[in-house]
Design a protein around this ligand. Structure first.
Ligand SMILES: Cc1cc2nc3c(=O)[nH]c(=O)nc-3n(C[C@H](O)[C@H](O)[C@H](O)COP(=O)(O)OP(=O)(O)OC[C@H]3O[C@@H](n4cnc5c(N)ncnc54)[C@H](O)[C@@H]3O)c2cc1C
Ligand code: SF4
Length: 332
């Protein structure tokens, strides 16, 4: 591990001040929350900050709901949110996505803010034995191209990076039209989560729209009419403690046997949490018949660009959409 200084500021202003000293050189001073992703990356020399600023005790961890929807403080743990009664009753998609993530031990420690900002599980990014990784070292190339691509994305990729986005929670939140409240030394702003993560383009090392030093303070989820008929379907190599090969977050507003409105986002296939508006539009007014669902789901594959080992995901993601809708639609 590269040696670093751990700062434990007593308030957010002090945390911002530490971070401001680094200027735009993000990598020299980094925040840490639960540490479940950060510590792994430090141990593997993937991240080498000189200073780490702890956010412990500085951010809100409350979970509040009202007529407008849900507000979750960024410091709330995955476990607390998954078990919260308002969340399980009003926003079950969030709870399901969280309970399908990681392990109880990790969920007890990991925060909601850190979850959204966790780094990709691309094995070439996480192993410095591979020198070519544009995300870790801009301009160095991409070891995944021409390598093993089973875990990689087919939507939103670029010639410089095909890494899949890892967060299950973010996929569910994107389906629910959630936003993040972002704070800095100079103020705050709200960013729709669907716009929060960036496509890799030519700069895969810049993963979000956060400005240097900005933090996520809270997650905001608008009230919606889809809580009864929702489902988070995760396909993975083993039943727990595993990231998604493909996942589908589905929320339905039903009128009898017909879909009034659908919200669908995919995980494991996109370089960011992937909303599929074409599929949603095709489902508007559709029945829950398998053929209608299959036709709509096929639109998700229109822009897919598989590479070698991840070709199977083109079919799998369509089946995941159909199955998740069937399960959501059958819920009473
Ligand atoms: C074995 C294992 C299995 C896992 N399986 C899954 C899985 O199946 N699905 C899944 O979605 N995730 C999975 N995870 C990832 C896990 O959910 C994340 O590691 C965790 O959510 C990160 O939260 P944290 O608080 O520990 O973040 P940290 O590790 O402390 O930080 C992560 C990043 O976020 C930044 N950060 C943290 N909080 C803030 C904030 N409020 N504002 C600005 N920046 C911030 C840090 O600077 C850092 O860059 C797994 C992790 C492990 C270790
Ligand atoms: S896919 Fe992205 S993260 Fe993985 S090796 Fe290539 S550049 Fe690095």
């Amino acid at each position: 591990m590269h040696p670093f200084t751990l700062e434990r500021p007593s308030d957010l202003a002090a945390a911002f001040a530490f971070r401001a000293q680094a200027g735009r050189n993000d990598a020299s001073t980094e925040y840490i929350a639960g540490g479940t992703d950060m510590v792994q990356l430090l141990q593997e020399y993937v991240r080498r900050p000189d200073r780490i600023v702890s956010l412990a005790g500085l951010l809100d961890s409350s979970i509040e709901s009202g007529p407008q929807g849900l507000r979750i403080g960024a410091a709330a743990t995955m476990a607390d949110v998954a078990a919260n009664r308002t969340v399980t009753e009003q926003f079950p998609l969030i709870s399901e996505a969280l309970l399908n993530s990681a392990s109880p031990q990790v969920r007890n420690q990991a925060t909601m803010g850190g979850n959204i900002l966790q780094r990709t599980r691309c094995p070439y990014f996480r192993d410095i034995g591979y020198s070519a990784c544009n995300k870790r070292q801009p301009g160095s190339g991409c070891a995944a191209m021409g390598g093993e691509t089973r875990w990689h994305a087919l939507l939103g990729t670029s010639e410089t990076c095909i890494a899949a986005h890892p967060s299950d929670l973010a996929v569910a939140l994107v389906a629910l039209d959630a936003s993040v409240n972002v704070r800095s030394a100079t103020g705050q702003r709200t960013v729709p989560l669907v716009e929060f993560h960036r496509l890799p383009g030519d700069t895969p090392h810049i993963e979000t729209v956060l400005e240097p030093g900005e933090i996520i303070a809270a997650i905001l989820v608008p009230a919606n009419s889809m809580r009864r008929h929702s489902h988070y379907l995760k396909v993975r190599d083993r039943a727990s403690f595993e990231f998604a090969v493909v996942s589908a977050a589905v929320g339905l507003d039903l009128d009898g046997g017909r879909i009034r409105e659908a919200r669908i986002a995919l995980g494991g296939v996109g370089t960011k949490p992937w909303r599929v508006p074409k599929v949603e539009a095709a489902l508007r007014g559709a029945s829950l018949e398998p053929l209608a669902l299959r036709q709509a789901a096929s639109l998700a594959a229109e822009d897919a660009q598989p590479r070698g080992h991840n070709e199977f995901k083109v079919e799998l993601m369509q089946r995941a959409i159909v199955r998740a809708i069937e399960i959501a639609g059958a819920r009473t």
